[in-house]
Design a protein around this ligand. Structure first.
Ligand code: SF4
Length: 214
């Protein structure tokens, strides 16, 4: 990343963080995924119950291996390969009562709105209500100028790529384009647009000066 990109990341992140503050949410910026991981781990107290929301960003950061080393921490991870579907669903339900949920956001607007789209709804449910604290790690590639472009980013870029990653047979897996399918494996069922929060500081967005996730 050259110096101009670094400068854009820093300037834009500072602007978004100020906007988040006006919306009673918190934000901070780390120039690298490694530094962001270190700062997120420092936010988690010993013995906390931490819910893992679906996120390629946090996976790519190696965040969960680091969180597992925090003394006494309990991780509610619905993605353990040994889980049956029923067990995975039950962990998602328990996660809604966790101390801290950690995930990413599909997009964030320049004025600080968090835009997400779920298939089953557990991720957006936890962002909205339940876990006492929500930490969202987002590379600066998730920044969109406004709500319209954020929703377009999610629907026409992040969703088809995630369908491909998961291996579902939805039309976008073949074409790369959204055809507003009615597939039983449609991952685009519940929108969440978070414009603020009554619980000040419950949501913390860690912006990261790298391209991470989709
Ligand atoms: S609505 Fe269907 S076709 Fe469109 S992105 Fe979602 S899963 Fe793919």
């Amino acid at each position: 990343m050259d110096s101009h990109q670094i400068k854009w990341n820093e300037k834009t992140a500072a602007h978004i963080i100020a906007q988040l503050g006006k919306r009673r949410m918190e934000g901070s910026f780390a120039p690298s995924a490694a530094q962001a991981a270190e700062e997120i781990v420092a936010m988690i107290p010993e013995g906390a119950c931490v819910y893992r929301g679906g996120s390629m960003t946090t996976f790519g950061m190696g965040l969960w291996e680091r969180i597992a080393k925090i003394p006494g921490v309990k991780i509610l991870d619905p993605y353990k390969p040994e889980f049956t579907l029923e067990e995975s669903v039950e962990v998602r339900r328990q996660g809604l009562l966790s101390d801290i949920m950690i995930a990413s956001t599909n997009a964030i607007t320049l004025d600080g709105k968090l835009v997400n789209l779920d298939g089953g709804g557990n991720r957006v449910a936890g962002m909205n209500y339940g876990p006492k604290k929500v930490i969202l790690a987002a590379g600066m590639n998730k920044v969109a100028p406004d709500l319209e472009s954020a929703m377009a980013r999610v629907k026409h870029y992040a969703a088809p790529i995630n369908v491909m990653r998961i291996g579902y047979k939805n039309p976008c897996a073949e074409t790369g384009l959204c055809s507003d399918c009615r597939s039983p494996e449609r991952i685009c069922n519940m929108w969440s647009i978070i414009e603020g929060h009554m619980a000040k500081g419950r949501i913390h967005v860690k912006l990261i000066g790298e391209n991470l996730g989709y």
